[in-house]
Design a protein around this ligand. Structure first.
Ligand SMILES: Cc1cc2nc3c(=O)[nH]c(=O)nc-3n(C[C@H](O)[C@H](O)[C@H](O)COP(=O)(O)OP(=O)(O)OC[C@H]3O[C@@H](n4cnc5c(N)ncnc54)[C@H](O)[C@@H]3O)c2cc1C
Length: 499
């Protein structure tokens, strides 16, 4: 990986997210560190060396692996492995690049920032190229580490790596100090910590295997976007969205937008890389509710974060079935793998401006709104009848915020094969276009050829645009099904807004 950051994005007239200067983001981050780092997190005098294996937790704040390592050791060595399977590998079924260039760049920025922030705490991040199961045992041996601390994952590829690292560490023999032959040599241990969700797995009022299958029971600007990687940018974005721009109080009204940086929080890329903790967001929401206003919008951000938790727990409960064609319920349906149709979707050449604009945004920025994701997913699986895994794997390649549990969880729902049988969605493109892009501003932004067309026709340009590759299954009148999903997404019992 190279760290020449601007080249891949230089051609885009992109709005930085956050739109703060590096100094302003740095100051917001320092303030957050100050507010949320308690003295008890300081080293409490354990012995020996511990390794912190950074994975999808590229942050200092609210990082339990760092805290535990620090508490248990005299010295801490933070390590990140640039795993060739992730950065140079391909997706499982269809062989797309495992990590697209934009996410790779975002992760490089996350690592650079993590290195800087760890330096401030007196720790130097060691970045090594290779597989964690090769690198960690050899480093553990070299520094005679007693433990490798890391965050636990839930999906199969990540679990396999955890297994291989543990096996590798078992082969390492660390001689113990003291009188010779009195203390037996030991192997370094792998200590895995749950830390990616708002709710801790142990705090669930049921075991993950009994996770309810229905979530409700569980409880404008004109520019593309360029996300700045790293914990400082993440903390800067929270500061900007909540406090500086005061957007939190209107989130519920704006969250279905598609154009510009501020219709939604845009926290997801940092959450996925772990540069931002959901618990930190929760604390900031509560602080905002105390200092400014508590309303449906402040509540709704947490509601959405609980969706993220939910899919993580679903992945823990259902294992690999979330990646299978039939999904967790093993639903049998006929799917096509028509390459030409799929490519027209992937490249934004379907003849439906709303689909094409969203797919072009994904390719150019690595991001797509939640509304857009639902629409393009529905179009691929319902109107084209294409194997949903092709769409999911393309998202896996491109998304800055790619997260296996959220991505495959949402795709299985969109394809009607998810764990919740009631999640069977069809999004009617004409209705979505009329509701969410009535003036065709979004499609005209990504498809400049539509700008000369009257606003109300931009989403329905007829012969002025490329030919439609497939007819729609339902061309209207299916608004009931369209709305079904949102009706079901009512607040669950996991979070109650504090009065
Ligand atoms: C087909 C499909 C694939 C998706 N793939 C991913 C993915 O790989 N990674 C990912 O983080 N999100 C994924 N999502 C969920 C959602 O689209 C994004 O989290 C959201 O658009 C990110 O923008 P935001 O941070 O501004 O969200 P906001 O609206 O500001 O929401 C705040 C946070 O809540 C969480 N959240 C919101 N909606 C969802 C949801 N439906 N599922 C899970 N978490 C949610 C995210 O962490 C998000 O950052 C997918 C959705 C669909 C329909």
């Amino acid at each position: 990986m190279s760290s020449s950051s601007s080249s891949s994005r230089g051609a885009l007239a992109a709005a930085a997210v956050p739109s703060l200067s590096a100094d302003e983001a740095g100051a917001a981050a320092d303030e957050a560190f100050l507010r949320y780092t308690s003295p008890s997190l300081r080293r409490s005098g354990g012995g020996g060396v511990a390794i912190v294996w950074f994975r999808n937790d590229l942050r200092v704040l609210d990082n339990e692996a760092v805290v535990r390592a620090w508490a248990a050791s005299e010295a801490v060595l933070p390590v990140y492995c640039v795993d060739p399977r992730i950065f140079a590998g391909s997706t499982h079924y269809f062989g797309f690049p495992k990590t697209g260039a934009l996410r790779a760049q975002f992760l490089i920025e996350c690592l650079e920032d993590l290195k800087r922030n760890l330096m401030k705490k007196g720790l130097d991040l060691l970045i090594r190229h290779g597989k964690p199961e090769d690198i960690l045992p050899s480093i553990a041996k070299a520094v005679t580490a007693h433990t490798v601390y890391a965050h636990k994952e839930t999906c199969s590829e990540e679990l396999l790596v955890e297994h291989l690292v543990r096996k590798g560490l078992e082969q390492v023999v660390i001689p113990q100090g003291g009188a010779s032959n009195q203390k037996k040599p030991r192997n370094p241990k792998l200590q895995l910590i749950w830390g990616a969700t708002l709710y801790h797995v142990d705090d669930l009022p049921f075991s993950v295997n009994n996770l309810p299958d229905v979530y409700t029971q569980f409880r404008k600007s004109e520019k593309g976007m360029h996300f700045v990687g790293g914990e400082s940018a993440a903390l800067g974005r929270v500061h900007e969205y909540f406090w500086k721009k005061d957007q939190l109080k209107v989130y519920k009204e704006t969250r279905n937008g598609m154009l510009g940086p501020d219709y939604s929080t845009k926290f997801s890329p940092w959450l996925a890389s772990g540069s931002l903790s959901p618990r930190y967001i929760c604390e900031e929401v509560k602080r905002y509710e105390k200092q400014r206003i508590a309303n449906d919008s402040t509540y709704w951000v947490l509601f959405e974060l609980i969706w993220r938790d939910y899919f993580r727990f679903v992945s823990a409960k259902y294992g690999n079935s979330i990646f299978h064609l039939g999904g967790p319920r093993n639903v049998e349906s006929k799917w096509s793998q028509d390459q030409a149709l799929f490519e027209s979707w992937r490249d934004g050449r379907t003849g439906y401006p709303l689909i094409d604009a969203n797919m072009k945004e994904l390719l150019a920025t690595g991001f797509m709104s939640n509304r857009g994701r639902q629409i393009v997913c529905s179009f691929l699986v319902r109107d084209m009848g294409i194997d949903w895994r092709m769409g999911a794997e393309w998202f896996e390649t491109c998304l800055l915020d790619y997260d296996p549990a959220s991505n495959y969880g949402n795709w299985t729902y969109g394809a009607g094969v998810g764990n919740d049988p009631r999640e069977d969605r069809y999004f009617s493109i004409p209705k979505q276009a009329k509701t969410y892009d009535p003036d065709g501003e979004y499609v005209a932004y990504w498809l400049p050829e539509l700008r000369s067309i009257a606003k109300e026709r931009r989403n329905f340009p007829g012969a002025s645009y490329i030919k439609q590759v497939v007819p729609l299954k339902f061309d209207g009148g299916h608004q009931k099904r369209d709305q079904q999903f949102n009706r079901q997404r009512r607040p669950g019992h996991m979070y109650r807004r504090q009065k």
